[in-house]
Design a protein around this ligand. Structure first.
Ligand SMILES: Cc1cc2nc3c(=O)[nH]c(=O)nc-3n(C[C@H](O)[C@H](O)[C@H](O)COP(=O)(O)OP(=O)(O)OC[C@H]3O[C@@H](n4cnc5c(N)ncnc54)[C@H](O)[C@@H]3O)c2cc1C
Length: 597
């Protein structure tokens, strides 16, 4: 028997974006959060490096510089009005978190401490600027803890371990969601005035990823299946420093503290690829350089990994060569115990998972699928827009990694995602509450869970010729091989065809577990369906974009083409294939310039 619940604002996802939305929505409306994980297990909790804002705690900095860096980092595909809004809002939002009790590291004077991250610069001198606020290397963990406590205090209703499988759209507006309760296998209908999706990213589309197992892009797939186009799916970021083979992330903060990338000849190769900013170049630039090094046989022992070296003697040697100084003008020097105090968790990861001690040994690393720049298209207030004229779908909102505002364009700068989730989480929550206050519950369709019941029934009773794990592994291999750091037409075409074939095989996947209670077999198979849909639109959007921009690097079209491609892709899933449309980038102040590294 399906139970029906009613809440004015229903938020799907309890990561940083969902909890920030919940906190602000609950100030004006009855708010519920549904999450397939316990809130503090969300992927936000793994974010290590920091969250940026031009506070200027350590040295001069300005929101305008942050705006330009983000536009430039996006390779001019980001919408400049939204970027300006985010960078301006950043400062008060960070102080907001501080006042809620987030334990940021401090400067000796007691201000919020800040550190270097790739792409963040002083626009006058062109030198890196310390803009990333951090709580050791547990910044995301602290954001989740703080926001969860505040949401409990604000009487947000939490439905933990409820997995949303569909959004109810009727008469062109969102009216609720359908969810499965993991503990019982029962379906629940949530009737809402406003629904906010905050379901995070989909790194699990690729074989080597920094993302948690749960990052399967459910919300983006569910919304796409209801006819909403998805934006800029071809832009997916590969982070340069994942632990070899496992993909587990080593924060860019390591390079911020002076760590360097080294090839098999012991060379700091980034000096050749980005002579100005070197190891702190944007992630797309560093990942490509690493691939080229490995392709030319400069991987360690000729293999597919390189070294990230943060041993104090290495850091100090290169800091001296770069003439790096502390704010008081003294030479920059580090000791092992200072590094341990600033980066305790990643040092622990390396010791535990690799048996490597980063204080005395270099770390074997390779690029790892990390972050979705694309997603559900929204305006600056989290309202979902469904076409190239930015028509709003009433009652539907999205925030965080599942959404595309677009502030990251073709490539996201480090620490801008935690900023994105808190700024746009907050505004989507406020907007949804305001919308809910001014409207009544629109009636639900007669049998809102019908499509979900059918989909689950099909998976329970399929002919069973296929195993979900096999289909998933093949899809991940195809995406890694042909829709990875470098792409070209032949490979992309093949990827589109092969993912299409896997979708047909998926129809024959039968779950082994016939039970109802905690049937993770069923839900993982359902998630595989999401991964396949997202893989398909990613590969197809990438095939059709004949240029290289940000994270999308076409070997057959190596140049950025501003005459033809200063536009966002909108991909709609149709029964007979994918339809692509395009909408222009919003340019306010900054005309595209060539990137200089
Ligand atoms: C290892 C790692 C380190 C990172 N470090 C940084 C960093 O230092 N700085 C930075 O700016 N960014 C960093 N990022 C990126 C950033 O952390 C993420 O982009 C951001 O935290 C995403 O937040 P979110 O709230 O959108 O999603 P998430 O935190 O992923 O939360 C998603 C939520 O949705 C729920 N959910 C998903 N599907 C369903 C469903 N079907 N039904 C119900 N609930 C569902 C989940 O339970 C979860 O609560 C890092 C990312 C990774 C992977």
């Amino acid at each position: 028997m399906t139970q029906t619940h009613q809440h004015e604002v229903v938020i799907v996802g309890a990561g940083g974006a969902g909890l920030m939305a919940a906190l602000y929505a609950s100030r004006g409306a009855d708010t519920a959060v549904l999450s397939k994980l316990y809130p503090i297990r969300s992927h936000t909790g793994t974010a290590q490096g920091g969250v940026c804002a031009a506070l200027g705690s350590e040295e001069e900095d300005r929101p305008e510089w942050h705006t330009f860096d983000t536009v430039k980092g996006s390779d001019y595909l980001g919408d400049q009005d939204a970027i300006e809004f985010m960078c301006q809002q950043a400062v008060e939002t960070i102080y907001d978190l501080e006042h809620m009790g987030l334990p940021f590291n401090r400067t000796p004077e007691g201000k919020i401490a800040q550190r270097y991250f790739g792409g963040h610069t002083n626009n006058v001198t062109g030198q890196p600027v310390r803009r990333a606020c951090y709580a050791a290397d547990r910044t995301g963990h602290m954001i989740l803890q703080t926001l969860y406590q505040q949401s409990i205090k604000n009487k947000v209703h939490f439905y933990d371990e409820y997995q949303v499988l569909d959004v109810i759209v009727e008469g062109g507006s969102a009216r609720g969601v359908v969810a499965l309760e993991l503990a019982t296998g029962e379906l629940h209908v949530f009737h809402a005035k406003a629904v906010i999706f905050a379901t995070g990213g989909w790194g699990k589309v690729w074989e080597v990823t920094s993302n948690a197992l749960s990052c399967t892009g459910d919300g983006t797939a569910v919304v796409m299946r209801r006819g909403v186009p998805v934006e800029d799916m071809e832009f997916f970021q590969f982070h340069p420093t994942g632990i070899f083979r496992m993909g587990i992330l080593i924060t860019e903060g390591v390079r911020g503290e002076g760590g360097v990338l080294i090839n098999d000849s012991g060379e700091r190769f980034m000096e050749r690829y980005a002579p100005h900013v070197k190891d702190l170049a944007s992630r797309d630039v560093v990942s490509r350089a690493m691939y080229l090094e490995m392709r030319e046989g400069h991987g360690i022992g000729g293999r597919r990994y390189l070294y990230l070296d943060m041993r104090p003697e290495t850091v100090n040697r290169y800091a001296e060569a770069d003439g790096r100084v502390r704010p008081d003008g003294t030479p920059y020097r580090v000791t092992g115990s200072e590094l341990l105090a600033k980066l305790p968790d990643i040092i622990d990861f390396c010791r535990t998972y690799m048996g490597v001690d980063p204080i005395t040994q270099p770390m074997p690393i390779q690029p790892t699928a990390h972050y979705a720049m694309g997603g559900i298209p929204t305006d600056m207030f989290g309202r979902v827009v469904v076409d190239e004229r930015s028509t709003i779908m009433p009652g539907l909102y999205a925030a965080g990694e599942c959404a595309c505002v677009s502030v990251h364009g073709a490539n996201r700068l480090g620490t801008n995602s935690l900023l994105d989730i808190i700024v746009f989480g907050k505004h989507s929550g406020m907007q949804a509450a305001e919308f809910a206050r001014g409207s009544n519950y629109a009636p639900l369709p007669k049998y809102p869970e019908e499509a979900t019941v059918e989909a689950l029934e099909k998976m329970r009773s399929a002919d069973g010729k296929e195993r979900a794990a096999d289909v998933r592994r093949e899809a991940q291999e195809i995406m890694e091989q042909d829709v990875g750091v470098f792409r070209a037409e032949a490979g992309l075409r093949q990827a589109v065809d092969r993912i299409g074939e896997l979708k047909e095989r998926f129809a024959h996947v039968r779950v082994q577990d016939p039970g109802r209670i905690f049937n993770t077999d069923l839900l993982e198979a359902w998630e595989l369906g999401c991964l396949l849909d997202l893989a398909q639109v990613t590969a197809y959007s990438a095939l059709m974009r004949n240029e290289s921009r940000g994270a999308h690097s076409r070997e057959d079209y190596p140049e950025r083409d501003d005459d033809n491609w200063m536009k966002h892709t909108l991909a709609t899933l149709r029964p007979d294939g994918i339809e692509l449309r395009y909408k222009p980038v919003k340019v306010t102040r900054f005309r595209p310039m060539k990137r200089v590294y």
